[in-house]
Design a protein around this ligand. Sequence first.
Ligand code: FPP
Length: 242
Amino acid sequence: MSTPAHVAIIMDGNGRWAKARGLPRLAGHKAGVEALRRTVRSASDLGIRWLTVYAFSSENWSRPASEVSDLLGLLKIFIRRDLAELHRSGVRVRVIGERENLKPDIRVLLEEAESLTIGNTALNLVIAFNYGSRDEIVRAVRRIAQQAADGQLDPESIALDTVTGALDTAGIPDPDLVIRTSGEVRLSNFLLWQAAYSELVFLPCFWPDFTHELFADALRQFASRERRFGGLAEIGALSSSA
Ligand code: FPP
């Protein structure tokens, strides 16, 4: 079975999971963190090399202040409590998203997670935090335009690689598979450039209910898909009939 090298996950449905149980939304996000812990372990067991998770979008700031503060608090706890364990398991942590406008305490934590784990190779965990694809692309365009304005870059030489290399995900392979839980069928500003040829799997379960078995099922769905990247399938069959 072909295993995707890079799986990206939109962890959606924490709020509805909590509501269905008559619990506050924070309980859903806490259960979401548990699901994230399990998923990181599963990803390693399933032979995945890159796992990207959408933890907080640039649009999530529009939620009530108390929920924003809960989510920021959970990120801090996740990094503080889990970093040593992630490091022991050989996980390299990388964070994508806008960082300059974050509070210094969060920025320092994110940098610490990246620098501590920089030498690890078992699994790459990419946390999309304060991330939005359109924002990422705007920041990349700004960087490229600045280089052109400074005379370091000829606009005629701007190519795919120039853009790819200016995104937060520079050096990270495109996701082979994007999974979204909670039954919503959209990308919600997640990896829009990078997911151009990704396979998409939408699962009806809420994120806190995501399990190793559901992960393995999603990989089976992926394995049954035919990826053509805009080309033709079965080149051999075509050329032999020509
Ligand atoms: C979507 O559920 C989930 C989020 C907005 C955040 C995802 C966060 C976690 C899984 C936990 C936090 C993890 C870290 C590392 C910070 P929702 O609130 O949109 O659910 P709903 O659509 O049912 O309301």
